[in-house]
Design a binder for this molecule. Sequence first.
Ligand SMILES: Cc1cc2nc3c(=O)[nH]c(=O)nc-3n(C[C@H](O)[C@H](O)[C@H](O)COP(=O)(O)OP(=O)(O)OC[C@H]3O[C@@H](n4cnc5c(N)ncnc54)[C@H](O)[C@@H]3O)c2cc1C
Length: 594
Amino acid sequence: MQNVNSSPLASIVSRDFIRTRAILARAVTPRYPTRELTQLTASHVDMRAQLSPSRAMLVTCTTRPDATSSRACVHASSSLSSRHANARQQQRWAHRSRIVCRDADGASAPTDAAPLNGKSVVIIGAGPAGALTSIHLASLGYEVDVYERRGASNKVETSARTYNVVLNGRGLDALDAGGIVLDDELCVHVSGGVRHGVKSGAVFSSQSFSRAVSVNRAVLAATIAREASEKYGDRIRFHFNRSLVGVNFNTQTAVFEKFEGEDVCPFLSEDESLFEEKTYDLLVGADGVRSRVRAEIVQDSQGSFVVKQVTDGMKYKSVMLPKLAGAPRGMENDWSRAFHTWRRGQTSVLAPPNPDGTHSAVVILPESGEWTWDKIEAPQQVDRLFATKFPDAFSGNLPSKTSSMLAKQKASPGGTTTTVSSMVYKDNVLLIGDAAHSCWPSLGQGANVALETTHALRVTLEEMGDEDLPKALKTFDKLRKPQVDAAARLSQGGFGGSMNRTIGGVLMARMVFISILHTVLPTVFHRPALFEISNTAYSYDEVEKMMKRESFSFCASLIFGAVTFWYLVFQNPAMRRSLGALVHRFVSAAIGAA
Ligand SMILES: Cc1cc2nc3c(=O)[nH]c(=O)nc-3n(C[C@H](O)[C@H](O)[C@H](O)COP(=O)(O)OP(=O)(O)OC[C@H]3O[C@@H](n4cnc5c(N)ncnc54)[C@H](O)[C@@H]3O)c2cc1C
């Protein structure tokens, strides 16, 4: 073996090793105990530099608390400085656990994909969850066929009917683990939130947006799918315009129709069958909140598989807003990258940012009440809605293109929480993403939970191997289900509010109270659980436990306060007399004034 110290790379390695530690220290320290950083030794770097001297060096940096091995890929070349041009990119590389070493010309290739294991997987749905699952499984040696009922989108582009999702650390870490980098032209780092109030005006706050990225949902899914095809073209095949119409669980066969709604696929000749079949060793249902795979399971299980869904009673339409004016001087950049919200009770407009400075808005109305989408058919009615409810948006003059787009679009159902009795069925069928565990959009976690789940699956399969797949899937279900169920409960419990993202009065009072306690006694009281929902240091069930402790502290303090007040005022004659005098003086003054 070549001695690394005599290799031409040796000096770069040692120089960049110091840089690597600095990057990791910044990116990793908040999440991992400092002690673990000592595991990063020069020998890790040197060893990998020997193995892959021309392309990159690999640093095993730490072990996640859930036993996921995390690694950082750092270029042993001059491109390091440009690659790590800013802190965000450094963080991405440092958090990346799937190694994708890019060489100088930018081409990519997986360096540590497992050899093919002879098992075939059929994934239904090429949304964020399905597409990312395909990458994870292909890298572990599975052959994957992904079936999607929509058409192929070669171009990554936004359409009026899609919406943006805000990804936090959970989703971003999972993407990193799949080797997905969202380029700056596809996504935008959210600078903060701007709350627009009719009386209070616009208020900017950067709190709770520390590591948030806004990206169009369709763009996200297409980007992951494109990366999947590019990196694992020999193992992953995407089949578009194929809608799952049935599953035979005994013969392990999925049946697809080559239709999408009214549109017959252009490549379908007259004598060609409208149906197609595919057998599987593992079937993954990643087909969203109205999952067909789930429906097939329910039918097949004859009542033993239970699904619970709760809707939030809202309907929304999405629309691209022109650039928003009104930024305070010097804040133009933050303003264009902020998540803007106009909340008027159950009616609200939520507008996360796009990379080009525009905003993708969802306009949310309740299913019943004075303003509902069912009653709005013409652009003038949209104008009236905005003039009445959102007079501060666009100074009451909604651009005519926006109102006509909103008028003609069909409203989509709002949020649905989904919980299932098990994410695994018959040892070889798995539900993942919204199909298994959707949340109300008000929680802002659906895509984050979905992506995190795909990563959790990969970790379990990696740890347990592919020989006993049913056992591995059972273990995955046991470990992951408590987390996704907790996310759904947090959503329904008013965490993040109802669909309109307003938080209930009691929850708000509790949050303020806990914030005060935390400020006064930071070692005793944790900051409000709501702020930790996107924090990868806490799992969803830990956040839920935190929330329960908060409720207990809040209720206990209220009871203590009431008892103390009652004792001081009503059990103490002196206090009672002074309170009586105070009330008497107040009433006399009021009568006198009248
Ligand atoms: C208005 C709104 C705002 C949101 N904001 C956020 C946010 O800020 N942050 C966040 O984390 N989450 C957010 N979400 C939630 C997020 O969009 C979802 O949780 C996420 O898209 C789930 O991904 P998925 O891949 O599981 O399902 P989906 O994205 O629904 O993808 C499922 C795919 O399966 C396909 N499919 C369905 N049926 C079939 C079939 N029979 N055959 C073949 N293919 C099929 C569909 O065409 C689709 O492509 C929001 C949701 C909404 C509605």
